[in-house]
Design a protein. Structure first.
Length: 135
């Protein structure tokens, strides 16, 4: 899928950029002024995993691609304290099968599986998951 930078003064498309080859844009994006990057919510075609893909704001080349959760991520924002907040709004999936687990169930040391809607908080720099809560 394609994203676009819009010149609000003229109402024209200034530049376009593409999602990674194996993913599509699924929700919103947020500009990270500290990293000079645009962070976008993407979902993988194969396993529906939610990723946060970072684009360099100068040339829209991909500079980061971080796994967020087993289901799609719809929105990303920064909290007033500087944490990165991601909202997921569907059932977590693995290998095409829904997971019968409770919200934010920790399956392994490094991976969250989410069912239902949740807010997931991350460290802005490391993208380490800090906590999750149902909504």
């Amino acid at each position: 899928t394609n994203g676009a930078e819009i010149d609000l003064a003229s109402g024209t498309v200034a530049r376009t950029f593409k999602s990674p080859d194996n993913a599509f844009f699924y929700g919103h994006a947020v500009f990270d002024t500290e990293a000079d990057a645009l962070l976008t919510a993407c979902m993988r075609y194969k396993n529906r995993a939610g990723h946060l893909v970072g684009y360099d704001a100068r040339d829209y080349k991909i500079v980061s691609d971080d796994y967020i959760c087993s289901g799609p991520v719809h929105d990303v924002q920064f909290t007033p304290t500087g944490e990165l907040l991601a909202a997921t709004n569907e059932v977590g999936w693995t290998e095409g099968k829904p997971l019968p687990v409770s919200l934010a169930s920790l399956r392994s040391k490094d991976e969250w599986y989410l069912t239902g809607s949740a807010l997931v908080f991350f460290d802005r720099v490391t993208k380490k998951r800090l906590r999750a809560m149902p909504i």
